[in-house]
Design a protein around this ligand. Structure first.
Ligand SMILES: Nc1ncnc2c1ncn2[C@@H]1O[C@H](COP(=O)(O)OP(=O)(O)OP(=O)(O)O)[C@@H](O)[C@H]1O
Length: 957
């Protein structure tokens, strides 16, 4: 068997010996036998001696120093001596040596166990020896006699190994190299068995036979040697497999010990093999892994390279884009610059457009309409608003199915959202305030159903504060501010009136004596906002007096704060007069007659009537009808100069956002939209100056118009003589056409007698001037015996309007006198006295007219109210304001006129009324303003002085 160093497991000597023996020479020769035995014994003794020396007494059994072959075999049979000897040379070579069979647990089958243990020892010894590369024997050699020579060989090889180790263990120990010399030296130099065998073979041979014999022996030795080497090699190579697969292996068959040893070897080899295979597999796996990793690595390298390429491409792209971006950015900047420039230009143009638009609007005299949406009140849910959208001047209302599904849009000059503040709302009407100071008439009126926020806008809420105060306070505040700013140029006087129209009765709210139902409303001069606040508080208190538990008076009456402004140009002496009505209308909701009774019904009817009359006026104006029925209600009379004259008029339409109010909201917005279409003509300044040229032009125009009218009237009169019943209509029609679009001052019930008047004073220039001046007709009547005609006039004039008209009339007189003065030198005192010193001469009709008017109104209000209601009660139906019916109106007017005539005749007959006809007993507001230095006519003495002051200013001019 091959050792680790490739050493042979057999010696050349043994091969030679075997060959010689097999050669069949006379080995049985006694001498030879004895020599062989002698040599074997000598070797055995040497081995035993060495073992004894190494191991000593083992298990109380000493190996004899010169043992027989049998003793030697039996001594070593347990394997203990061999194992111990080996462990001495190579400690741990046999890890576990079964020292003595006696140590083992006594079991019945002790003999069998001992044999097994011996075999274990021997087997372990042989494995260890084999691993050390020492020539081996087989376990069976110790069992059978005659085989001890191999055992001896192994022991001596072990001895040689020990000696080699003791000498330092240099190089690689080789059995042949180490042991041979000893053995061969002893064998061949001394009486070794091999030399004896050679001698025995050659003994009986002739000299000539020796070479052949030697040659034959040598060839056999070589052959044997080669065979052994080959078989050793094959065994080394094939042994594990052969042993594993072949049960018939000769070694296995030899003995159990051999089988066990072979098995162990095989197990080890298999393990080694497995290990090798595993290693190989692992190696292959590793190789595969490495290959895969390499592939991945390569792939990654390629990817990285690709990414690098992409990155550089992207970088280049980015740089390009950056460059482009910069270029575009710059060009965009230039573009934007240009656009900004254009935009600023565009804004300028827009601004210009807006101004021009407003100017056009002003020239047209369109009524401006602003819409304000009331916010939900606290406690109300605001997710049910009917207001769908508000944008610029448009408001869109979501309509319920009753009014058709979808939305309705309305356009106004401006729409204020629920969140709009009082200041924002007012800021849009500030220019109007300036206009008042510039001598224009302005009217701002709030329209809308009850609770929609009219009072909030005009006055403010109950808990008034600087922030939430309404238009009235702000307007007056602004007036005083502007007046103060202009004080170096103009000297302004401001006076206020506050009235209420309740059930078609005008009530002065600025009285302190509780007597409210007076026709001559106080005009109270004011010089600061505080004065105004005081007066307004008084007015509100007086208004509240009329309220009942069931009915909040403010909802059921129209209130009007009128501000009169007179400004004198300090340089030229020109007088500017402006007047501003701030009107808070009663709730516009339609009241169904069947739902209310008594006072409430009456109130509703009056409100309906007045608003219906307002609707009729608006409709007439919108249709540019020649006749505008201002006199159908106190309200329209009040607003006549704002709606029909060249005033600046603003309607504030209010709507509530609640779905319940939808019907009213739609109706309100329709009305408001219609109002917005009304064109009043360009507003005109109420300017009293010495501009004679202008005045002359006016006179010339008026003259021409008058002549034309007179001819027409004459013509009609002739034609109507055959049909007297139609005369009233014709007369009225003719005069209605004169009424259309009268200037601010030309108000009052004057149209009936214009033609007559003018007929009568054709030859008198100054009178003609006065007669033909639009604001004037009633004023000049006394000198022309005009009172007769005036008596027929159904006045019903609202006091303030009369007052304003007369004031304007005075201005005109003053203007005309100025003209006279310019043309004829000083104004004769007589003329002055004739026209100015006695107002009763200038306005003889006024006290009469006022009383007649009141009588007429009383009649209308009391006795004939139901008749009138009958004519207007339909206005409680939807859109009543638009059911303007010319025939209905005409018949109603006829009734009023006939009642007026009755009232006049009644007044003439009735002593009470006759008493009232005495001017001294019944002061009229017209007189109180018109008569200049006359006796103050106000009932409220407290206010007499300021009014006088105002009057004096007028007189000075
Ligand atoms: N813009 C608003 N912001 C806050 N509250 C408002 C606004 N408008 C109205 N209100 C509130 O709504 C309620 C009704 O308003 P307001 O009395 O002004 O209505 P109105 O139309 O004048 O009613 P009426 O016809 O009865 O006089 C009040 O409590 C008022 O304070």
């Amino acid at each position: 068997m091959a050792g680790e160093g490739g050493a042979l497991s057999f010696s050349v000597a043994s091969v030679v010996e075997d060959v010689l023996q097999q050669h069949g020479n006379r080995l049985g020769d006694l001498d030879l036998e004895s020599r062989k035995a002698e040599e074997a014994a000598s070797r055995r003794y040497e081995a035993a001696g060495w073992l004894r020396k190494m191991v000593g007494v083992v298990a109380a059994k000493d190996l004899p120093a010169e043992p027989s072959e049998e003793e030697f075999r039996l001594g070593l049979r347990s394997g203990i001596i061999l194992c111990n000897a080996l462990n001495k040379i190579q400690p741990g070579g046999v890890p576990k040596v079964v020292e003595s069979p006696c140590d083992a647990t006594p079991i019945p089958d002790g003999a069998a166990l001992s044999a097994f243990q011996y075999f274990e020892n021997v087997r372990n010894f042989l494995v260890a020896v084999q691993e050390m590369g020492i020539p081996n024997f087989e376990a069976s050699d110790l069992e059978q006699g005659g085989k001890s020579a191999r055992v001896v060989n192994t022991v001596l090889a072990l001895k040689s190994y020990s000696e080699w180790k003791q000498t330092g263990g240099n190089g690689i120990w080789k059995f042949g190299g180490n042991v041979k010399p000893t053995v061969s030296a002893k064998s061949f130099s001394g009486s070794g068995s091999l030399s004896m065998l050679v001698r025995a073979v050659l003994l009986d041979k002739k000299p000539e036979e020796v070479p052949m014999l030697v040659e034959s022996v040598l060839s056999k030795v070589v052959e044997e040697f080669e065979n052994r080497i080959a078989s050793q090699y094959d065994m080394a190579k094939e042994a594990p497999k052969e042993i594993a697969i072949s049960q018939g292996n000769k070694f296995l068959l030899k003995s159990t010990g051999d089988n066990k040893r072979t098995e162990d070897k095989n197990v080890k080899l298999i393990k080694k093999e497995e290990c090798f295979h595993k290693n190989q597999i692992a190696e292959e796996e590793l190789k595969n892994k490495t290959q895969k990793q390499q592939m991945i690595f390569d792939q990654q390298q390629r990817d990285i390279q690709e990414l690098k390429n992409t990155l550089s491409t992207t970088k280049a792209g980015m740089q390009f884009m950056q460059m482009k971006f910069h270029e575009e950015f710059n060009s965009l900047g230039m573009h934007i610059h240009g656009l900004a420039h254009a935009a600023s230009g565009y804004h300028k143009v827009l601004e210009e457009n807006r101004k021009l638009y407003n100017q056009v609007q002003d020239l047209k005299g369109s009524i401006r309409v602003y819409c304000r949406v009331r916010p939900f009140l606290s406690g109300q849910s605001n997710d049910l608003s009917t207001v769908h959208n508000i944008e610029d001047g448009n408001i869109t209302i979501s309509t319920a199915s009753k009014h058709g599904k979808g939305c309705k849009s309305f356009s106004f000059n401006k729409v204020f959202e629920p969140c709009a503040t009082q200041a924002e709302v007012f800021s849009d009407m500030q220019p109007l305030i300036r206009s008042v100071l510039d001598g224009y008439n302005v009217c701002i009126f709030a329209y809308g159903q009850t609770g929609s926020g009219k009072t909030y806008t005009m006055t403010g809420p109950k808990d008034l504060s600087e922030k939430n105060k309404g238009v009235n306070y702000r307007a007056l505040g602004d007036l005083f501010l502007l007046a103060e700013q202009r004080k170096d140029i103009f000297c302004y006087n401001v006076a206020v009136q506050m009235i209420e129209i309740y059930n078609e009765q005008v009530r002065d709210l600025l009285v302190t004596d509780g007597s409210l139902n007076v026709p001559d409303a106080n005009i109270i001069p004011v010089s600061s906002t505080y004065d105004v606040i005081d007066l307004m508080n008084l007015g509100h208190r007086n208004r509240a007096v009329g309220a009942t538990a069931l009915n909040d008076r403010s909802s059921r009456s129209h209130s009007c704060l009128t501000v009169h402004v007179q400004g004198r140009d300090l340089a030229s002496g020109t007088i500017l007069r402006g007047c501003m009505h701030l009107v808070d209308l009663a709730g516009s909701e339609r009241v169904n007659k069947s739902e209310v009774t008594g006072d409430r019904l009456k109130e509703a009817q009056h409100i309906n009537r007045s608003l219906s009359a307002l609707g009729d006026v608006i409709a007439s104006l919108a249709q540019k009808n020649p006749h505008v029925p201002y006199r159908n209600s106190k309200l329209t009379q009040l607003l006549q100069d704002s709606l029909g004259g060249q005033a600046k008029t603003l309607m504030f339409v209010h709507i509530s956002p609640e779905p319940d109010a939808l019907g009213e909201t739609i109706s309100t917005l329709k009305f408001a939209e219609r109002v917005a279409t009304v064109e009043l003509g360009a507003a005109q300044v109420n300017k009293g100056s010495t501009d004679v040229k202008e005045l002359k032009e006016q006179i010339a125009n008026q003259k021409a118009a008058l002549v034309k009218k007179e001819r027409e009237t004459e013509h009609r009169r002739k034609g109507s003589e055959s049909s007297p019943s139609n005369s009233n209509h014709r007369l009225r029609d003719a005069n209605d056409s004169n009424l259309f679009r009268q200037p601010m001052g030309d108000v009052g019930n004057i149209e009936v007698h214009k033609s007559t008047l003018r007929q009568k004073r054709q030859s008198f220039d100054l009178d003609e001037i006065l007669a033909n001046s639009p604001p004037w007709p009633p004023v000049i009547s006394p000198s022309l015996n005009y009172a007769e005609d005036e008596k027929e006039m159904a006045s019903g004039e609202w006091v303030d309007k009369v007052m304003v008209n007369k004031q304007d009339a005075v201005n005109m007189v003053e203007k005309s006198l100025g003209c006279w003065e310019a043309e004829n030198g000083n104004l004769p005192d007589a003329l002055y006295h004739k026209y100015l010193s006695d107002s009763s001469k200038i306005y003889p009709e006024q006290s009469f007219n006022m009383l007649v008017g009141n009588s007429q109104l009383n009649l209308a209000n009391n006795d004939d109210m139901d008749d009138i209601d009958a004519a207007t009660s339909d206005s409680s139906e939807p859109d009543f304001l638009w059911q303007f019916n010319q025939s209905k109106f005409t018949s109603m007017t006829n009734r009023i006129e006939s009642k007026t005539s009755k009232a006049i005749s009644k007044a003439a007959k009735n002593p009470e009324l006759s008493k009232n006809l005495n001017p001294s007993l019944g002061p009229s507001p017209s007189r109180k303003l018109a008569n200049g230095g006359g006796v103050p006519l106000q009932r409220n003495r407290r206010h007499a002085a300021p009014v006088d002051g105002k009057r004096k200013i007028a007189n000075r001019k």
